[in-house]
Design a protein around this ligand. Structure first.
Ligand SMILES: NC(=O)c1ccc[n+]([C@@H]2O[C@H](COP(=O)([O-])OP(=O)(O)OC[C@H]3O[C@@H](n4cnc5c(N)ncnc54)[C@H](OP(=O)(O)O)[C@@H]3O)[C@@H](O)[C@H]2O)c1
Length: 161
């Protein structure tokens, strides 16, 4: 089972040039992310890895990177072929946690999308790929409001697996 988990704004924006604009403003989403990804393997892109000061506790943390990017910090494991990695772990629960590069490359292999949908735009420069034609909404919780930001927790499932 391959799941992508992301928080997106109303334009499918993920981040601007400085990172995630709503970082620290919606703690309920941080809790949701932690609770949902407690079981399973974590996969992230190299730039997202650079924003983590430590690995996600109690989970295997994989980083998609080039062999010449240098050594990763302890408890992070490098992956050089994302597609092969996802194929090889098709029977496991895998969470692709971003960023934009990773989501774009893994959407075609994803079974489910865990989307925190924010209700307005944040002038993002990095985006989640368009997905609505191939996935259907199977659950939605909310809206929740924190720091004046309204958001929904949605789960989307591939319509033609
Ligand atoms: N809103 C959210 O839910 C959310 C979630 C996660 C991250 N983010 C944000 O997204 C931004 C990062 O996104 P991003 O697209 O810039 O970076 P990213 O997806 O985290 O990482 C991309 C990097 O990973 C390496 N990489 C990707 N695919 C590869 C492959 N197939 N083989 C080898 N290496 C590969 C690339 O290295 P090379 O440069 O060598 O090509 C690339 O620089 C950050 O600002 C982060 O805060 C947002």
């Amino acid at each position: 089972m391959i799941r992508l988990i992301a928080a997106v704004d109303s334009e499918l924006g993920l981040a601007d040039d400085h990172g995630i604009p709503w970082q620290g403003k919606i703690p309920l989403d941080a809790k949701y992310f932690n609770d949902e990804t407690t079981e399973g393997i974590i996969v992230m892109g190299f730039r997202t890895y650079q924003e983590f000061d430590k690995p996600l506790h109690g989970r295997e943390n994989y980083v998609v990177t080039r062999p010449d990017s240098g050594e990763l910090r302890p408890e992070f494991t490098g992956v050089d072929d994302l597609s092969a990695f996802l194929e090889g772990h098709a029977l496991d629960l895998v969470w692709v946690i971003g960023g934009a590069g990773l989501f774009a490359q893994s959407l075609d292999q994803a079974d489910e999308l865990y989307i925190t949908q924010l209700d307005r735009g944040f002038h993002c420069t990095k985006f989640f790929p368009y997905f609505r034609d191939a996935f259907e909404l199977v659950s939605q919780l909310g809206p929740h409001v924190e720091s004046g930001i309204s958001f929904l927790f949605q789960v989307w499932r591939r319509t033609n697996p």
